[in-house]
Design a protein around this ligand. Structure first.
Ligand code: HEC
Length: 204
């Protein structure tokens, strides 16, 4: 019992000694029990700081930063759909140039040909590895689809196919759509559509 009383008296002294002087002023430097918490090597937002040449602690966002909650621009280029509707756009929202097709050919070879084959006929290398149903891009059902639907399929996937939006940026996805159209045309065009000076080469 005596020890308990002595301990209690000591504890009271310690508590009063530490807590009792809180808020009091003193000329002596304060005791910092955890100095690394009092003084953290970090920058506080909206404060001056000499660390960066412009003297500001807050940094400008990296160019191209998309703010959280920033409204997604409802344009055909971003969505493949007619703005304000769920209808797919009929044609590409970008001008079709030789450079676009060349880019599309390259990207198609990288991202699509393993499954769909270099010609888009669905006979890619993965069919040999057991992938049974791969869409044949020359299927009339797919030829009739609007450009926006192809864009949607390759962006977000369809049935067994996964989406490639995270892997391929928007402009490249449209380049691929343009190239898929060129592939389809390569099987559908008539001889009359080929420029006269090139027809001979084809008939050989
Ligand atoms: C990993 C294999 C794989 C890759 C890579 C792939 N696809 Fe597919 N794709 C499929 C399969 C499988 C289907 C058939 C899906 C089904 O109907 O179940 C398909 C179907 C399609 C269709 C037809 C969709 C429909 O309306 O039925 C289109 C168009 C298409 N792919 C375009 C592309 C394009 C463009 C790329 C390149 C960006 C691509 N795919 C890459 C496997 C792939």
């Amino acid at each position: 019992m005596r020890y308990l009383l002595a301990f209690f008296a000591l504890l009271t002294l310690i508590v009063v000694g530490i807590a009792g002087f809180r808020g009091g002023t003193s000329r002596k430097p304060p005791i910092e029990l955890f100095p690394d918490m009092d003084r953290q090597p970090k920058l506080r937002p909206q404060t001056p700081d000499p660390f960066f040449p412009d003297g500001r602690a807050s940094r400008e966002p990296v160019p191209g930063t998309v703010a959280r909650g920033q409204p997604f621009e409802d344009t055909p280029f971003n969505t493949g759909r007619v703005p304000g509707t769920t209808n797919f756009v009929e044609t590409l929202p970008v001008p079709v140039t030789a450079a676009l097709l060349e880019r599309g050919r390259e990207r198609f070879t990288i991202h699509c040909s393993p499954c769909h084959g270099q010609q888009g006929d669905g006979k890619g290398v993965t069919t040999k590895l057991g992938m049974a149903v791969v869409g044949n891009l020359h299927d009339p059902r797919i030829v009739r689809q609007p450009d926006g639907e192809i864009f949607n399929t390759l962006s977000y996937g369809k049935n067994l196919m996964q989406g490639y939006a995270p892997n391929i940026d928007l402009a490249d996805r449209w380049a691929i759509v343009a190239y898929v159209r060129a592939l389809q045309l390569s099987r559908l065009a008539t001889l009359e559509e080929v420029p006269a000076e090139l027809r001979d080469q084809l008939q050989k």
